[in-house]
Design a protein around this ligand. Structure first.
Ligand SMILES: Nc1ncnc2c1ncn2[C@@H]1O[C@H](COP(=O)(O)OP(=O)(O)O)[C@@H](O)[C@H]1O
Ligand SMILES: [Mg+2]
Length: 149
């Protein structure tokens, strides 16, 4: 288990944070993104995907209306979900078969066996965010994030 808090001052720093995380990913993780509307969950996802595959990042938008977006990248498949209006969405079919990034996750996802990276965004000021990161189940990703973040 690895836990850490960060203060992000602007989009540039968020990009750098996403870049460091993307370097540690193997493609079987589940990233749970929490925080109010406008706190930066989709923006973080766009930066993350951009670091993994620049072309795929063009397609990152908020999947609020279609629930699930899929991005094919050079490294692995990415599933991007937004469950703002959805309850009990079963991700067992996609968990572990690519990187899964979930905005407004279901609390039951904590019980999955895949490496879980939980990231909470809190708005401080217009561009300033407090970010709490929590990682479980993934020894190698935990170790990498401990070194890299
Ligand atoms: N440091 C920051 N981190 C994240 N978003 C920021 C930051 N500063 C400004 N923003 C802006 O806040 C908005 C966040 O929106 P979005 O990523 O769609 O949030 P969410 O998906 O959490 O609803 C974007 O317009 C983004 O440009
Ligand atoms: Mg969003």
């Amino acid at each position: 288990m690895f836990k850490k808090e960060f203060v992000i001052e602007n989009l540039e720093q968020l990009k750098d944070f996403a870049n460091k995380i993307s370097k540690c990913l193997q493609g079987n993780e589940i990233i749970l993104l929490k925080g109010d509307l406008g706190s930066g969950k989709t923006t973080f996802t766009r930066f993350l995907v951009e670091n993994i595959d620049k072309e795929a990042a063009e397609y990152v938008n908020s999947p609020t209306f279609n629930i699930l977006n899929e991005y094919d990248t050079e490294r692995f498949k990415i599933y991007h979900l937004d469950l703002y209006r959805v309850k009990n969405f079963d991700i067992s079919d996609i968990a572990g078969r690519g990187l899964v990034v979930v905005e407004w996750p279901d609390t039951t996802y904590y019980e999955l066996d895949e490496p879980i990276i939980d990231i909470s965004f809190e708005i401080f000021e217009c561009e300033k965010r407090k970010i709490s990161l929590y990682v479980k189940n993934g020894e190698s990703v935990e170790e990498c994030l401990k070194q890299g973040l």
